[in-house]
Design a protein around this ligand. Structure first.
Ligand code: PLP
Length: 281
């Protein structure tokens, strides 16, 4: 197995980063997870745009043109001969003696590696339980940072209650999952939190909103309180890794069961077709 380290693609055993990397000290970095289907990256441009946007929001300067990074990711895919899988790519702000204050002289450090495909078919078919719990994260959830403690703790809590994912709420708004976006379906209409500073605007979320609109399904991007979860006809969570995964049970601060409905199924099928046409050019 190989790893991307800055300008090189090296065997795993030769990949080294400094103990002084700000990623270790402060979680000072950003990342993306990009899916490969049938030998092609899916939504590569959108992921790279979001990566560069995350860098900009954190006052980090990625030392490559987008095209250079895209080419390196393609080289990596070919080196590792990935037909179906995912690539994790991250930039930290770089290495320096531990100091909260960064100087803008640090050189961002790139690492990237393949993630194994997890089997998703059963949960996409049957649905999953999710654990509803307060959102304790910071106020810039729009940045895809490697600083993920609020997400990590929520995921553990969900798993401790036999749930596949945590669904987070802040005051009167259900925001998103710990590593996914949440949609509700009522009356043939999709409801999801607006893409502001309180959620990560998922690439899958954006694809689904556009697919739904094309199918004539209304999409309402407005905050709603957690009590609304109990009355949803359908619910599903979305991400690069889990695509569209139905929710059949809410536990924790909302308790409800629901069935996997026709709108979720239609969107799953439409997303699969969209991915297929986008990656089989
Ligand atoms: N929200 C959070 C907090 C995430 O970590 C993720 C992905 O990991 C998502 C949403 C979904 O984003 P995407 O669809 O781009 O994978």
């Amino acid at each position: 197995n190989h790893i991307i380290v800055n300008d090189s693609i090296v065997p795993e055993t030769e990949a080294h980063v400094s103990y002084n990397d700000r990623g270790y000290h402060f979680g000072d970095g950003i990342y993306e997870v990009i899916r490969i289907y049938e030998g092609s990256y899916f939504a590569l441009d959108a992921h790279l745009d979001r990566l560069y946007a995350s860098a900009e929001k954190l006052d980090m300067r990625i030392p490559y043109q987008k095209e250079t990074l895209a080419a390196r990711l393609n080289d990596y895919k070919n080196t590792e001969k990935i037909e179906n899988g995912s690539v994790y790519v991250q930039f930290t702000r770089g290495a320096g003696a531990r100091n909260h204050l960064y100087t803008r002289e640090e050189t961002p450090v790139l690492t990237g590696f393949a993630l194994p495909d997890k089997p998703m078919q059963a949960s996409q078919e049957k649905g999953v339980s999710v654990y509803v719990t307060p959102d304790i994260r910071w106020l810039r959830c729009d940045i895809k940072t490697i600083n993920l403690l609020g997400n990590v703790l929520a995921k553990r809590k969900a798993s401790d209650h036999d749930c596949a994912e945590a669904v987070l709420y802040r005051d009167e708004a259900v925001t998103e999952g710990s590593s996914s976006n949440l949609f509700l379906v009522n009356n043939e209409t999709l409801y999801t939190h607006p893409a502001n500073n309180l959620i990560l605007n998922g690439i899958t979320r954006q694809e689904i909103i556009s697919i739904a609109k094309n199918m004539g399904i209304d999409v309402v991007e407005e905050p709603f309180p957690k009590e609304v979860l109990a009355h949803a006809e359908e619910a599903f969570i979305t991400s690069t890794s889990i695509e569209i995964t139905p929710v059949h049970t809410f536990k924790g601060d909302v308790v409800a069961t629901l069935s996997v409905g026709p709108v979720t199924r239609k969107l799953q099928q439409a997303l699969a077709e969209h991915i297929h046409t986008q990656t089989s050019a």
